[in-house]
Write a protein that binds this ligand. Structure first.
Ligand code: GFB
Length: 326
């Protein structure tokens, strides 16, 4: 498991543990720099993982993506390359790599099918990240073609849930809105700022559904194409802000800040392939936001102190811990 402290990795660990897997190999950032091929090789030689969930990376919302493109492209390119190479070199049985729905062209027809990849220019606010994520897909495909490696790729839509980044500058829209409405309620403030025009549309998936899907693909998919992972439904930013307001602080008022970027106008995934394979999401948006808000209330002290990715719902062991492999 590469990336076990983040939103996705911690959810996959919880899901694996629910399924009874106990020999999980978790590598923390402070012990293993995934951008360093020699260090990654050393770790693979010492630990010999059989199945790899490659869900690590430098991630963030629209602002850090547009302000720190060098970090987003370098870190992610390197992490994908070192882990995929080591997985090949040390004979990993299967690897699941996760990309992002931002790999598709800005003007892609909606909903976006797997075949829309590389069919046009990317959305500028996350081009660097998207290029790295596309490189990850192509890495897995190349190792599969040249060496016969069983490496597959999933492309999740915008995710949210427990253990997310709730920092107001660097987070994605849903954790930011949940925290903003919560803090407005605590402080007795009426207005809550929503970035952009409110008109872009996004598709949101709860991270527990994503984790379930990761195990499903690891067990059931060996195809050549990457697989879109989404709900097949989207909603405007204004509507999602109203939904959060209704659940968290019905007295709150939305104020749009049009100095902030909108990003991609729409990015709805076509999930026909995933449905044909036999998997569908279960958690509705209202229910998912309500449970994420409960999580935030329980962990608000840590979130306020700026902890991120370490406020796991279940305690995670440190690097080098061995639990039964998948
Ligand atoms: O979630 P988000 O940051 O990323 O923003 P993207 C989605 C939309 O919500 C944008 C608006 O139109 C934002 O302007 N928005 C409104 C807000 N209020 C807020 C707020 O308080 N915080 C944030 N963050 N947004 C990311 C990419 O794009 O999506 C990544 O940058 C990645 O590469 C990720 O692909 C899934 O959906 O625009």
């Amino acid at each position: 498991m590469a990336g076990h402290r983040g939103l996705v990795g911690s959810a996959v660990v919880r899901r694996l543990e629910e399924e009874g897997f106990t020999d999980l190999l978790l590598a923390g950032r402070e012990q293993l720099d995934l951008r360093d091929q020699a260090a990654v090789d050393y770790w693979f030689r010492a630990n010999r993982p059989e199945y790899v969930y490659l869900v690590a990376g430098t991630v963030g919302g629209i602002l850090p993506n547009s302000r720190r493109p060098a970090d987003f492209i370098y870190d992610n390119l390197m992490i994908h390359a070192t882990v995929v190479q080591a997985a090949h070199h040390f004979g990993v049985k299967k690897l699941l790599y996760l990309g992002s729905s931002c790999i598709y062209p800005r003007e892609a027809p909606q909903p976006m099918t797997e075949s829309n990849l590389l069919a046009g220019p990317l959305e500028p606010t996350n081009e660097a990240y998207a290029i790295a994520k596309i490189a990850g897909i192509k890495l897995c495909a190349a190792y599969k073609k040249q060496y016969g490696c069983n490496f597959i790729s999933g492309m999740p839509t915008n995710l949210y849930g427990p253990n997310d980044n709730f920092d107001l500058e660097t987070s994605h829209v849903l954790p930011a809105l949940i925290r903003k409405f919560h803090e407005a309620k605590l402080r007795g403030e009426k207005s809550v700022t929503v970035w952009g025009t409110g008109s872009p549309k996004r598709e949101f998936m709860h991270v527990e559904d994503l984790a379930d899907c990761c195990l499903f693909l690891m067990r059931n998919y060996e195809g050549d194409s990457h697989v879109n992972i989404g709900t097949g439904e989207d909603i405007s930013i204004r509507e999602v802000a109203e939904l959060v307001r209704d659940l968290v602080y019905p007295e709150g008022e939305l104020v749009l800040d049009s100095t902030k970027p909108d990003g991609m106008p729409r990015k709805l995934l076509d999930v026909s392939l995933l449905h044909e394979l036999g998997w569908q999401h279960r958690i509705g948006l209202r229910e998912g936001i309500a449970s994420t808000y409960e999580w935030l209330q329980e962990h608000y002290g840590a979130v306020e102190d700026g902890c991120r990715g370490s406020v796991a719902p279940t305690p995670l062991r440190r690097a080098g811990d061995r639990r039964r492999s998948v």
